[in-house]
Design a protein around this ligand. Structure first.
Ligand SMILES: [Zn+2]
Length: 339
């Protein structure tokens, strides 16, 4: 009974938020969604950041599959029918709580209408939050349940890392990218993705090489989580950053890392992470076997596999945006001095 009262209050709060005008201030859908995740945290103890991260992860996957079946929903988590209704339940569309409970399905009623609907945002979030909280609401317990849900270690890591990004900024509307080299430095690059490679056997070139002098700053291209920092005989000193869209950004041949940067740090677009070098093609410390450059690679996880794709068009776009921003800044400065 008490639970129902709490639920009704939360849902009322959520609905009044999503009507998007509180005290005449229009609230963005992202802010509304964040409120919804926070409500679920109050109710289930699962940190809102995990619910938001799982939602973000599923949005990325469904977008890749061009799956639009949930377009009318506000959130993107899609729970498979057999899990929702129970694996031995003969009725895959079952919405009745009693029979779902009997067949040990995970579907629950979050909005108090006595039905557990797979297509209702609140029912889905409430059900998945209870599922994640089964063994506790600390990080390890949630990760264990995420593994049980996806049966794959990469989604577990991606969701954990996205959750840490959301926690750091206390926001889910994190947009923006940056060109990895500051425009004020000399650099040059062309499209070389897919070219054949000599060193280390037959490989294709999985990235774009940006040639620049030793020590040129290298910046993060995205909001992300530093998943990797260290040496590899091909890439030399390198950094791997996971962003919010299932992309893994790979920066190689660095001469060094920004002081204090460590695995697990959260970075934002334009933040310096290291500097251009020519490390790699040998044991740790090997340098100078080729001209200094930044090797920048992009990898995508589609729910099953990770694959490399050409970063060149994106680099061009980010470079253009940086140039426009610089031009605007100069104009504003000129206008300010005229006044
Ligand atoms: Zn390269």
């Amino acid at each position: 009974m008490a639970r129902n009262i709490i639920l009704s209050c939360l849902i009322f709060l959520f609905l009044s938020h999503s009507s998007s005008s509180v005290y005449g201030i229009t609230e963005s859908p992202d802010v509304t969604r964040k409120h919804l995740f926070e409500s679920m945290e109050v109710l289930t103890g699962v940190p809102w950041t995990y619910l938001a991260a799982m939602d973000q992860y599923e949005k990325n996957i469904h977008r890749l599959k061009k799956d639009s079946s949930s377009d009318k929903r506000m959130t993107s988590i899609k729970i498979p029918e057999p899990l929702w209704v129970g694996f031995s339940n003969p009725n895959l569309d079952d919405e009745h709580l009693a029979s779902i409970l009997f067949f040990q399905g995970i579907g629950r009623d979050g909005n108090g209408d006595q039905l557990a609907k797979r297509t209702d945002d609140i029912d889905v979030l409430y059900s998945i939050a209870l599922y994640l909280a089964r063994n506790g609401t600390d990080e390890d317990s949630i990760r264990e349940q995420l593994w049980r849900y996806y049966k794959h270690s990469i989604p577990v890591d991606i969701i954990t890392h996205i959750a840490k990004i959301f926690k750091k900024f206390d926001r889910i509307d994190l947009q923006g990218s940056a060109f990895p080299i500051p425009l004020s430095y000399n650099y040059t690059y062309r499209s070389t993705w897919g070219d054949r490679r000599g060193w280390g056997g037959l490989r294709i070139h999985e990235g774009t090489d940006i040639f620049a002098d030793y020590g040129t700053p290298v910046r993060s291209t995205c909001y992300g989580y530093v998943e990797l920092k260290g040496w590899n005989r091909y890439g030399g000193w390198r950094i791997g950053i996971r962003d919010l869209h299932n992309n893994y950004h790979y920066f190689a041949h660095l001469s060094g890392f920004r002081k204090g940067l460590k695995q697990g740090d959260i970075v934002q677009p334009g933040e310096v992470i290291g500097s251009v070098g020519s490390t790699g093609y040998g044991p740790p410390g090997t340098s100078g076997k080729f001209p200094p450059h930044l090797h920048y690679g992009l990898y995508k996880f589609n729910g099953r596999n990770t694959y490399s794709y050409d970063p060149y068009p994106l680099l061009k776009k980010w470079e253009r945006q940086a140039k426009e921003k610089r031009k605007l800044k100069k104009q504003n400065k000129r206008n300010a001095t005229k006044q």
